[in-house]
Design a protein around this ligand. Structure first.
Ligand SMILES: Nc1ncnc2c1ncn2[C@@H]1O[C@H](COP(=O)(O)OP(=O)(O)OP(=O)(O)O)[C@@H](O)[C@H]1O
Ligand SMILES: [Mg+2]
Length: 248
């Protein structure tokens, strides 16, 4: 579903990703953990075609992105990649001037060119799934953070993406709301949704992910099934990161 080979990303002289390789098969959940500034968000942004990169290649579904991919001349390719890969952000990023329902049907109508009635049907089903059937006509500012994040998840799901990328989806939430969102994501994982989840929730990484990656200083320093990465971490960076998070 997603294949990343030797991805190198620089901002000016600063090398942010130093040759990342990773493969995500259909139905897998990969969690990326690691210290702040390690390149986790940058990596997700590359996969979604939001950031150009300097070396290596990315395959998303049937699409190939390379350092030659040009935001202007390859706009259609990048659009196709973004249709395949949903993105859920820490700060929800809903449209403030649109209601909950309008937020969810916007892309299906404008990007997928679905009929309004069909988009609405899909959206209603997904809003029910995330527990927001009664909030169709509500504006984002009238919702709690956890509810806004549910809308953002429904908005990603409505595109029926091949994979969803989550960038610390619970960091802006209080612990109760965070655990509700994590439970919702666990449900998606059980239903076979392919996901890459950057998270500070070690519980999620340990219990839900099929693979865990520890990113530090631009490297995937250690990866494998959670039982291995958490049970017998090999790399000093992983050991110190895990002992640090255990104290939090
Ligand atoms: N647009 C940019 N221009 C220059 N440097 C950037 C840019 N975006 C990110 N960086 C740098 O890239 C590095 C990795 O940042 P990134 O946001 O990917 O880290 P992260 O692992 O997501 O951290 P956190 O856990 O704090 O979210 C940081 O040193 C950051 O300063
Ligand atoms: Mg980040």
């Amino acid at each position: 579903m997603i294949t990343v080979a030797n991805l190198v990303k620089r901002y000016g002289d600063a090398e942010i990703l130093k040759g990342i390789s990773l493969q995500v098969q259909k139905g897998e959940v990969h969690s990326i953990i690691g210290p702040s500034g390690g390149g986790k968000s940058t990596f997700l942004r590359c996969i979604n075609g939001l950031e150009p990169f300097q070396s290596g290649e990315l395959r998303v579904g049937g699409h190939l992105l390379t350092p030659m991919t040009n935001p202007r001349s390859d706009a259609r390719l990048l659009e196709a990649v973004r249709r395949q890969v949903g993105f859920v952000f820490q700060q929800f990023n809903l449209f403030p001037h649109l209601t909950v329902l309008e937020n969810v049907i916007e892309a299906p109508i404008h990007v997928l060119k679905l009929k309004r009635s069909e988009a609405r049907q899909r959206a209603e089903r997904l809003l029910a799934r995330v527990g927001l059937s009664s909030k169709h006509a509500t504006y984002p500012r009238e919702l709690s953070g956890g509810q806004q994040q549910r809308v953002a998840i429904a908005r990603a799901l409505v595109m029926e993406p091949a994979a969803i990328l989550f960038d610390e989806p619970t960091s802006a939430l209080d612990p109760v709301m965070a655990s509700e969102i994590l439970a919702l994501m666990e449900g998606l994982a059980k239903d076979g949704q392919t996901m890459i989840v950057v998270t500070h929730s070690m519980g999620f990484a340990r219990n839900v992910a099929s693979q865990v990656h520890v990113f530090a200083d631009g490297y995937d320093v250690e990866s494998g099934p959670p039982s291995k990465v958490f049970g017998s971490p090999q790399h000093a960076t992983t050991q110190s990161f895990l002992s640090q998070t255990a104290k939090d």
